[in-house]
Design a protein around this ligand. Structure first.
Ligand SMILES: C[S@@+](CC[C@H](N)C(=O)[O-])C[C@H]1O[C@@H](n2cnc3c(N)ncnc32)[C@H](O)[C@@H]1O
Length: 414
């Protein structure tokens, strides 16, 4: 399948990270699915299983499970529509329009605004490009949503069934910090870094802290993790996430990681920049063009210059990462995009530019090999992981692990 067709589709599976620092109530998940199966007249609940201790994978309902649409249209923004397809409820700030006769308790059909042109509070049917993403029960009145004079909060529509037929399982089922909606490749990425007790770890592009908290959790709060992001508000998000997850081994900093190595640094404890050879492990989850996100509903316009700008930053970040890594240390490079320039070609550039860098297996493998003919030999292609629609004999991947977002992971030692 062509990548451009693949990215607009919703994955057939959804994944969550279970916080192993907190108890996980699996009975609650089973009960929720049983209750939904009664509501939807389904014969079986969807399959679900755990990969390792901390990754929950859920499948779709059977093909014949459905709900009748109501004919009453509610328009939500594109990001919310993508979340509904992944089993989320609709939160009030994302609602753009609903017809004046809508009342709380009514069944409504949820549409995503693909053009981003729907005006908040619109009373007439929206005639822009929109996509049906699910049906649910309206929990708030029009007055509460638009006319109350305060920013509305909370669940506005309780989703009954997304158009993707994924179950309605989401973070609201558990207390904050217990369960996190996270794509499988992102979960795998932290497994590849494999944070352990007493290791000094640098997360160079850390916000909002999804992988940082995973690293803290897997080390049982016993690693020393420094998490950097260049945007101050985003650093606050890292802090909040660590607090909610009970992760206490992370020190966040606001800094530009393209400048985070300096010979003049006094040491790790003084904050960035850091001296060369400081870290046992480094995660470079690079800013990227994000073209692997699925489902991509809004229209993404990106100029060639903008695409090229990502590789420039990625190379600067990589240069700092290589300097900061201790000899014998592990560096994991990842992106959530599908372009060759930001993935295989970037790895090939790094290996040529830094002769002290060695490509090592990015294990555990759940994605396919790197693409052929774009800078990596077959021996190198099998060491990296590419999550995408491609099927490659070098490493065949079960659909359950392939049908997620587009992503790339490479691991190096120095
Ligand atoms: C792909 S996101 C990281 C996601 C994060 N690792 C997680 O799993 O939650 C990339 C992040 O890099 C940050 N960023 C971009 N350029 C940066 C730079 N020069 N230094 C530090 N952070 C940067 C962005 O603000 C963004 O939050």
């Amino acid at each position: 399948m062509d990548v451009s067709d693949w990215v607009i589709q919703c994955p057939k599976y959804t994944t969550f990270r279970i916080n192993i620092l907190k108890p996980f109530n699996s009975k609650k998940l089973q009960e929720t699915l049983v209750n939904q199966s009664i509501e939807l007249n389904a014969k079986h609940i969807p399959d679900y299983n755990c990969l390792k201790q901390d990754c929950l994978i859920l499948s779709q309902w059977d093909e014949d499970v459905g709900v009748e649409t109501s004919g009453i249209e509610v328009v939500v923004d594109a990001a919310c529509a993508a979340a509904v397809l992944r089993g989320a409820h609709v939160f009030a700030p994302a609602v753009m329009s609903l017809t004046p006769n809508c009342k709380a308790g009514m069944k409504v059909d949820i549409y995503g605004d693909l053009e981003g042109k729907c005006k908040r509070g619109l009373k007439v049917p929206y005639d822009g490009e929109k996509l049906y993403v699910g049906t649910g029960i309206l929990k708030m009145s029009r007055f509460e949503l638009f006319d109350n004079g305060v920013q509305p909060k909370g669940i506005a529509i309780h989703t009954l069934l997304p158009a993707s037929k994924l179950p309605v399982v989401n973070e609201t089922m558990y207390p904050k910090g217990y369960l996190l909606l996270q794509n499988l490749p992102s979960i795998v990425c932290s497994w590849v870094l494999n944070a352990q007790a007493d290791e000094y770890i640098l997360d160079m592009c850390a916000a909002p802290g999804n992988k940082t908290t995973h690293l803290g959790e897997m080390s049982k709060n016993k690693a020393f993790i420094i998490a950097i992001d260049k945007t101050p508000q985003k650093v606050l998000k890292i802090q909040e996430k660590c607090e909610a997850h009970g992760v206490t081994c992370v020190t966040p900093y606001c800094f530009d990681s393209t400048k985070c190595c300096s010979e003049d640094s006094s040491g790790i404890n003084g904050g960035p920049p850091f001296p060369p050879d400081s870290f046992d492990k480094i995660l470079l989850d690079a800013p990227c063009s994000g073209l692997g996100q699925r489902p991509q509903l809004g229209k993404k316009v990106m100029s060639l210059n903008m695409l090229k700008s990502y590789t420039i930053v990625q190379k600067k970040l990589m240069t700092n990462a290589v300097k900061l890594l201790k000899p014998g240390g592990r560096l994991v490079y990842s992106t959530c995009t599908t372009t060759v320039d930001e993935n295989e070609a970037l790895v090939s550039w790094a290996l040529e530019k830094f002769p002290n860098l060695k490509l090592i297996p990015a294990e555990p493998f759940h994605g396919g090999p790197g693409l052929p003919g774009v800078g990596l030999s077959d021996e190198q292609r099998v060491l990296v992981q590419r999550f995408g629609p491609e099927i490659d004999e070098l490493r065949l991947v079960e659909e359950k692990y392939r049908d997620h977002i587009g992503f790339f992971i490479a691991a190096f030692s120095k």
